[in-house]
Design a protein around this ligand. Structure first.
Ligand code: ADP
Ligand code: MG
Length: 463
């Protein structure tokens, strides 16, 4: 039976969307996005409404933490409501389109895999054998994080506690944590290393609560010589879990055990965390991983390409990828894999043109991401004027020309309309934008220097 067929009446949908607003206001953006946004109203069963989530993990969490509140708020809107059931409908069966704001919730299998993996403690997550220090390519953006991770792995007493690694997705945080674990296991297999995601930490904790086994839970964590918790931005919200996390954390630090934490943002920017926890997280060493540079991306690609046995990827293709795929290392790897798969499966020669073709969807996404703000910043930098001059009314050629170049590029590289572009340039009229575009087109034909500048800016912006 497809639950989606017995759709809920319209009025329930209206109540649900009203309720979503109330939940967001009550629990805050982070908790809402992480736990409540995935809920979908799928039907009614007698006087109970059914809300679906994609995984059992989410169901348990939402049932344990939010279901009562959802029910009582809903009763205020609709006194006839009997109850709320949270059910699991795996993503394959849902018709919903993927939502970019949906949280990265571990798929159910992953939680189970971690439990089934039978790690010494039964609480950690499996380690990826590819994620070692040797396999990590070091460059300016990640050298501090790399050096810090190595120190932590090599020294018996914590050199800094905690080590807080942060950076955007796909930049190597998890890789470094796994590398620490491998290195410690290699040097001293008796030391107990526990690595897990913040979500699994919470999941284990809820389970322990349910089975009234929190003592054992505490002991498990507190017996760790080194505890690594990945992606703690997901720990915000529920206070009892934060509390437990904090106690575990303090106990371990007091006992001289090493803690390593990762997040996608700095301690100061972690929303939904209690202030004392936030500030405690910043007491050790906070090492950020910056976005990749062209050199680092090329280095990573070269290292990965060297390991390929079946094919050889020519340098111009690696350079092409390093230039065009700039978001993060994970996408870079994905792009390389796609090209290699295409070459080995279909037997095609690997060339930049072939790469362009195989990756056209990925490359298009990247091109679309150029914003007017990026353009203004780059152009201002290039011509050494103040970024505020992009909006100012100054007419001196030294600022007016670069401003026109920026408008021209905005028209070329973004899908924005002329009036929208005008607005972003200090509320100028769309005719001013048209004039700028024409003027620059004209000048490009006459002035080779300006033409080169624009070509270079355009390449910079699109890479
Ligand atoms: P994060 O945890 O920061 O989101 P990951 O550690 O999962 O990112 O990295 C994403 C992928 O990129 C992984 O496959 C990882 O091995 C690889 N990677 C990231 N940084 C590097 C690097 N400096 N050298 C080699 N591989 C890297
Ligand atoms: Mg990670």
């Amino acid at each position: 039976m497809n639950l989606r067929d017995q759709s809920a009446p319209l009025e329930l949908h209206q109540q649900w969307s009203q309720l979503q607003g109330m939940l967001r206001a009550e629990f805050g953006d982070v908790a809402y996005r992480t736990w409540l946004a995935p809920l979908e109203l799928v039907g009614v069963d007698g006087d109970r409404v059914q809300l679906a989530v994609p995984t059992r993990f989410l169901r348990d969490w939402v049932t344990g933490h939010y279901a009562d509140r959802i029910r009582s708020l809903w009763r205020r809107l609709n006194p006839k409501l009997g109850g709320v059931a949270i059910i699991v409908i795996p993503p394959a069966e849902t018709s919903a389109t993927p939502d970019a704001t949906a949280p990265a919730v571990p798929p159910e299998q992953e939680v189970e895999a971690a439990e089934a993996a039978g790690l010494e403690s039964g609480i950690g997550a499996p380690l990826d054998p590819r994620c070692t220090f040797d396999a990590f390519v070091v460059g300016k953006p990640n050298e501090l994080a790399f050096a810090a991770a190595k120190r932590v792995a090599e020294l018996k007493t914590p050199p800094f506690n905690p080590l807080f690694l942060y950076g955007g997705v796909g930049l190597g945080k998890t890789h470094l944590m796994h590398a620490i674990a491998w290195e410690i296991r290699r040097q001293d297999p008796h030391r107990k290393v526990v690595y897990l995601s913040a979500e699994k930490f919470m999941y284990q904790f809820i389970k322990a609560l349910r089975f009234r086994d929190t003592m054992a839970f505490k002991e498990l964590f507190r017996s760790a010589d080194i505890l690594m918790v990945d992606d703690v931005q997901f720990i915000g919200g529920k206070e009892s879990t934060q509390e437990e996390f904090f106690h575990t954390f303090n106990t371990l630090i007091d006992r001289g055990r090493q803690i390593v934490i990762s997040a996608d943002r700095s301690p100061a920017e972690l929303a939904g965390l209690e202030e004392r926890i936030r500030s405690r997280l910043g007491w050790g060493l906070v090492a950020d991983i910056h976005p990749t540079t062209y050199e680092l991306r090329l280095g990573i690609l070269q290292a990965k390409a060297e390991q390929l046995e079946e094919v050889e990827v020519p340098p111009p293709v690696l350079e092409f990828l390093a230039r065009r795929i700039t978001s993060n290392v994970r996408e870079l790897e994905g792009a390389l894999n796609r090209i290699v798969a295409q070459a080995t499966l279909v037997g095609r020669a690997i060339t930049p043109d072939m790469a362009q073709e195989v990756l056209h969807d990925l490359l298009r996404v990247h091109e679309r991401r150029v914003t007017i703000e990026d353009i203004q910043r780059r152009v201002a930098e290039h011509f050494q004027i103040k970024i505020s001059d992009m909006q100012s009314s100054r007419r001196a050629r030294a600022v007016a020309r670069p401003r026109q170049v920026a408008m021209y590029l905005a028209k070329q590289l973004t899908p924005r309309s002329l009036p929208e572009i005008g607005r972003k340039f200090g509320g100028r009229d769309h005719t001013t934008v048209i004039h700028a575009v024409r003027k620059i087109e004209e000048l490009r034909a006459q002035d080779p220097q300006l033409n080169d500048d624009i070509e270079m800016l355009r390449r910079l912006l699109k890479s």
